[in-house]
Design a protein around this ligand. Structure first.
Ligand code: FE
Length: 338
């Protein structure tokens, strides 16, 4: 009888402890990510994280502006533990809207170079895209190419295609020119670009590439992964990337990235997810899925993008892309860059 009693007490103790850990799992061990990145890009990353840690990840995808407003409106009640988006300009904007809490993590600091992270730890870059020159291999000799600034040169008159100034990618690139060259010189560059345009600025990078292929223009500026996708479909496409500004400031890069929300209920698990996304395992998934460059310099890029050769990145801290954004927008408006 005594034995049974002891066993009975023991069993109660066990089930009580497993009950409390089940409660802990429900409250802490699940995360919610609000993301502007599409489902097919993020789901494999979250699945790998859950497999490793047991922490479940649910997500909500949408447009950046709407998700930022939603997190602000939800305030302390928000389910979002992490906000994830593309372009440092957008991450910077989210930070100015008080969305994030600072994160200090040796793992992230070891994996991601300083210029791809917010100086206050509010967000970190997770994948890199280079915004560089693309050209027709039929009508352009790469010896003619050098810098973003040079695309303002008369020799490109009627030969240039650009993305609209409304796109954050353009704003961030012009922000970097303001950082390196100052407002006055950047104004001249933007004016020169506009004078050289072969067509009204395009709504999509993909349209820039199709315009070059159609002979409407000879050179343009695009994000590397758009070319990567095109080249994966057609390895013989008559276009090539040229690494801009290799003898000066380096090629303008940008990131997709994320930060832990201010009102996250599980900041520790959220940091774990962010750390995982910077790991070699997750960085490989990024590269394979979207032809992006790893933000971590611990791994080599995908075979296809490795084929384009190594290049020097612009080491400007990407928070500057946000800080200079207002100047960049008003400059482009003044110059009539549509
Ligand atoms: Fe894009």
């Amino acid at each position: 009888m005594k034995k049974v009693t002891i066993l009975g007490t023991l069993m109660i103790a066990i089930s009580a402890s497993s009950f409390s850990s089940a409660v802990a799992a429900a409250s802490n061990d699940s995360l919610t990510v609000y993301s502007t990145r599409k489902e097919h890009l993020i789901e494999p990353l979250f699945d790998a994280f859950t497999k490793k840690t047991g922490i479940k990840v649910s997500y909500l995808t949408g447009k950046g502006g709407a998700l930022i407003e939603r997190i602000k409106l939800e305030g302390r009640r928000t389910k979002a533990d992490i906000f994830m988006t593309v372009d440092a300009g957008n991450l910077w904007y989210a930070a100015t809207q008080n969305l994030f809490q600072p994160v200090e993590s040796e793992i992230i600091e070891n994996n991601i170079p300083t210029h791809l992270r917010d100086p206050e730890g509010l967000w970190t870059g997770l994948s890199v895209r280079a915004r560089t020159i693309i050209y027709s291999t039929e009508r352009v000799n790469p010896d003619e190419l050098s810098t973003y600034q040079d695309l303002a040169n008369k020799k490109w008159e009627g030969r240039l295609c650009l993305r609209t100034s409304k796109k954050v990618y353009t704003k961030s690139l012009v922000s970097s020119l303001i950082y390196h060259d100052g407002l006055e010189k950047t104004t001249d560059i933007v004016r020169g670009w506009i004078d050289n345009l072969a067509a009204t600025p395009h709504a999509e990078d993909v349209h820039i590439m199709t315009s070059i292929l159609a002979g409407q223009c000879d050179v343009g500026i695009v994000n590397s992964y758009y070319f990567g996708r095109l080249q994966a479909e057609d390895p013989n496409v008559a276009l090539k990337l040229f690494w801009a500004n290799q003898d000066s400031t380096g090629t303008h890069v940008n990131v997709s990235g994320a930060g832990v929300t201010k009102h996250s209920k599980s900041p520790e698990s959220a940091i774990k997810l962010l750390e995982f996304l910077t790991s070699v395992e997750a960085q490989k998934i990024y590269v394979e899925l979207n032809k992006e460059y790893p933000a971590s310099q611990k791994i080599k890029a995908d075979n296809l993008i490795a084929l384009w050769g190594d290049f020097n990145q612009d080491k400007m801290n990407l928070s500057v892309a946000g800080k200079n954004q207002a100047d960049s927008v008003s400059l482009m408006q003044r110059e009539g860059y549509r």
